[in-house]
Design a binder for this molecule. Structure first.
Ligand code: ZN
Length: 239
């Protein structure tokens, strides 16, 4: 557990303090990586009251140096006006790290929720361009339509546990209840056709860069700001 640091932790239920190994940086296939995907990263069981709790860190980083990929899960700020600052900070961090190491700038992504963190890692490891996946989500919202799938009410998340070589599976999450209300899929063939189309078409590539100009790559950014529920980041139930 080289990436973890011993720190004082406090049980939110009873206030009991303890020393725990806190992880802020995850590398592929490390012990922390396995903990992350089993939902046990930075999770502790209180010796006093027996309750389990997760210690929230301001920034959790996934760093895949081999593939030059950097992903940051940042704690959601209290005020939406701070999103722009966080985006700038994360983009600048990637640029500075690249300059310091005299390396090409890594692909950098920012998310504000654990499920998005897992989704981005799974997509990157399976060789998907997350910008195209977010674009595909946009099309699924447009084409599926109806009250069953609305961008202001639902989120689509890549379901890496159910996806196979033929289908990109998505779980439909209700933004208010935080429950999975349905599932839908996109044939992998459609994704690959779209990826090919983008790869050989410069105007389309430019369009993708225009749609996702920074590290916050989310379908929510493809909707005009202020339109119904869709802001650059996940909304909560009481928005
Ligand atoms: Zn406790």
């Amino acid at each position: 557990m080289n990436n973890s640091v011993r720190e004082k932790i406090t049980c939110p239920s009873c206030g009991q303090t303890a020393i725990g190994l806190i992880c802020r940086v995850i590398t592929p296939d490390s012990p922390e990586f396995k903990l992350l995907f089993s939902g046990k990263l930075n999770v502790f069981s209180c010796a006093s009251c027996g309750k389990s709790y997760q210690v929230a860190v301001e920034q959790l980083i996934y760093r895949d140096s081999e593939h030059s990929f950097l992903l940051v899960q940042h704690q959601p700020p209290a005020d939406t006006s701070e999103y722009g600052i966080i985006i700038q900070e994360v983009d600048a961090m990637a640029t500075e790290a690249a300059m310091l190491l005299k390396m090409p700038r890594p692909t950098v992504r920012l998310v504000f929720a654990r499920e998005d963190f897992l989704e981005k890692i799974a997509l990157q490891r399976r060789g998907f361009d997350d910008r195209l996946v977010e674009y595909a989500k946009f099309q699924l919202f447009q084409n599926t339509g109806g009250a069953a799938l609305l961008p202001e009410r639902h989120r689509l998340l890549y379901d890496f546990s159910r996806s196979d070589e033929e289908k990109l599976q998505f779980a439909v999450f209700d933004r208010q209840t935080h429950q999975v209300s349905a599932a839908l899929h996109l044939p992998q063939e459609d994704y690959h056709r779209m990826a090919l189309e983008f790869s050989v078409n410069e105007p389309l590539q430019k369009e993708l860069e225009r749609l996702f100009p920074d590290c916050l790559v989310s379908v929510d950014r493809l909707y005009p700001e202020g339109q119904s529920a869709v802001s650059p980041v996940e909304r909560t139930a009481d928005d």
